[in-house]
Design a protein around this ligand. Structure first.
Ligand code: CA
Length: 219
């Protein structure tokens, strides 16, 4: 999953960036309001972590502008401890949730998972597809009652495909979901991961639609 992190506090930003990456997210980090707005409006993020106190343009302005452009990406705002008014304004401006600084990384992860689950219309914590059970919180996959070891990217790719079962996902869409701005993407990267997944889950799971992309058939 790909996340936009808009936070101007260097220390907090670096901590969140490292933590989120370790937890398997692909993250772009911006430190100013203008950059946050342009990123939100041009990239299909799964969620945005938006500090309210950003330079140039506040998080609230960024949020209002994004919502006025019909951007529906889930947004979690970060507010200062005693800024109740910011929380209220943020929720009114279209934030989906908020966290008050300081917060624990574990709580942030749990809220991100809940947000992305809701935005995808999933109510369960685990994603089940035929004989595969994906647990995003534990980063584990069980296939035919056995735990399957997957790399971070293999996991992310499998999750995207299974959540979108029945839809064809283009290679460029999958690349956008798996990589952030800093990653150089080799032209056959997605194919390589698809190949790994087919070895682990059988060749029937993921179908190639020539010239279009990949799909996991509807259950
Ligand atoms: Ca700030």
């Amino acid at each position: 999953m790909r996340i936009l992190l808009a936070e101007d506090d260097r220390l907090l930003g670096e901590g969140l960036l490292t933590g989120l990456k370790n937890d398997g997210y692909s993250v772009d980090w911006v430190q100013k309001g203008g950059a946050a707005l342009s990123a939100i409006t041009t990239t299909p993020y799964d969620a945005v972590i938006l500090d309210i106190g950003l330079p140039e343009m506040s998080g609230l302005e960024v949020l209002s502008m994004a919502r006025s452009k019909d951007i529906t990406t889930p947004v979690l705002i970060l507010t200062a401890q005693d800024a109740i008014e910011d929380r209220v304004k943020g929720l009114d401006a279209g934030a989906d949730d908020y966290l008050t600084k300081p917060f624990s990384l574990d709580e942030l992860y749990a809220r991100l998972r809940a947000l992305t689950r809701r935005s995808r219309g999933l109510s369960q914590q685990t994603i089940k597809y035929k004989n595969i059970i994906i647990d995003p919180a534990a980063h584990s996959v069980i296939y035919n009652n056995e735990t399957i070891e997957l790399s971070r990217r293999e996991f992310a790719l499998l999750e995207e495909l299974v959540i979108s079962a029945g839809r064809v996902l283009s290679r460029s869409f999958l690349e956008e979901k798996l990589y952030n701005w800093d990653n150089e993407i080799e032209s056959n990267t997605i194919e390589v991961y698809i190949h790994h997944l087919r070895k682990k889950f059988g060749s029937e799971l993921i179908k190639t639609i020539r010239g279009v992309g990949y799909t996991v058939p509807k259950e």
